[in-house]
Design a protein around this ligand. Sequence first.
Ligand SMILES: [Mn+2]
Length: 355
Amino acid sequence: MKMTFRWYGSKSDPIPLKYVKQIPGMTGLMGLLDKPAGVDWPEDEFKALVDEVHDAGLELEVIESVNVHEDIKLGLPSRDAYIANYISTIKMLARNGVKVIIYNFMPVFDWLRTDLARVIPEDGSNSLYFDEKDLGEMGPLEIVRRTAESSQGFTLPGWEPERLALLEKTLKQYEGMTGDGLRANYKYFLDAVIPVCEEVGVRMACHPDDPAWPIFGLPRIAHTVEQYDKIIKLHDSPANTVCLCTGSLGSNPDNDVPAAIRHFGEMDRIGAMHVRNVKFLGHHHFREAAHLSSTGDLDMYAIMKAIHDTCPDTYVRPDHGRMIWDEKGRPGYGLYDRALGAAYLNGLWEAIERG
Ligand SMILES: [Mn+2]
C-alpha cells in the first residue's frame, strides 16, 4: 500500500507540502492541475508541479480529475476532439511518471451534498452531509448556488464555475438518456483511451457515483458492483480499473464495501482507493464521519484487510475529513482530520501485517 494525500497545488491549497510530508507514512500525492474538462494539459506546467512535489520528498504517481468533457458523456460529434486531447494528456502524464489517472463518468454532478459543514452534535466538529429530503425542495440550480456559497471561497472539484454556468443547458441535453445510452458513450471513450494506456503504462481508475444512487433523474452507472462489472466489460483490460471510494460506494448501505474490494481486487481491477467512513442517518441520508470504525457505519478493519489480501500494492488516500480544531479550509479537505485518518489507516495496516 502506498499512503497518499490529495493536494490542490500551492496556489489553491492552504496546506503546505511540508505539512503533508510530516504526516507519518505519507509517500506521495494524489494531485491535480486546475484545468477545465477537455483541455490538453500543458507539459511545462505539469513538470513544474512534479518538481515541486519531488522537492518536498513526495511522489506524484496518481492524478485525479483529468475531467471527461460533458460532450464525451453526451456522445456529441465534438467528442473526438476532446478525446484526442485526453489521449495527449495521458501520454504527457505517463512521460512524467504518472501511473494512475482517477476520473469519473458522472453526468453533470461529480458529487452532491446538501450541507458542506453540518455540525456533529457529539463533538462540535463539522462534516459534509446529505439528506435527499432537502434536495427535493432545492432542485439542481439552488443546490449549485448553495454549494458555491458555502465552499469557504474555495473551488470545489466537480463544481468548477465554467461547468456550472452551462448547467441548465447540460441538464436538458441529458433528457431521455438511459443508462445504456451513457454506457455506449462510455465504451466509445474507453475504446479510444485504454489501448493508449496499455501502451504507456497508465491505469484509468473510475470513481463511483457519489452518493451511490440516481439523482435529478440523470443516468448514473457507477454505484454498484454489478454496474462496475459492466464498465470493466466495456473494454476489458488491466488498464480499465476502479477507484474504489469507500465513502461514495458505502453511502448506500446495500453496497458491501469490503466484498466489493475483494471482488475487484482479486480481478486486479483496483487502480486506487479512497478510504473514509460514513454515518447513516436514514434513507438516502448520511453524514461523513471520522475514519475510525466506531464513529461511523463502515468496518474500516474489514476494508483494510480486503485491500491487504487482494490488492496490497495499491494507492490509498484518506478521503474527506471533518473540520476539527477550528481549521479553515476546503470542505472535506482540511489537514488535521485527514492526517488523523492516515495515521489510523496505517495503524490498521501494521496490525494486519504483523497479526
Ligand atoms: Mn472519493
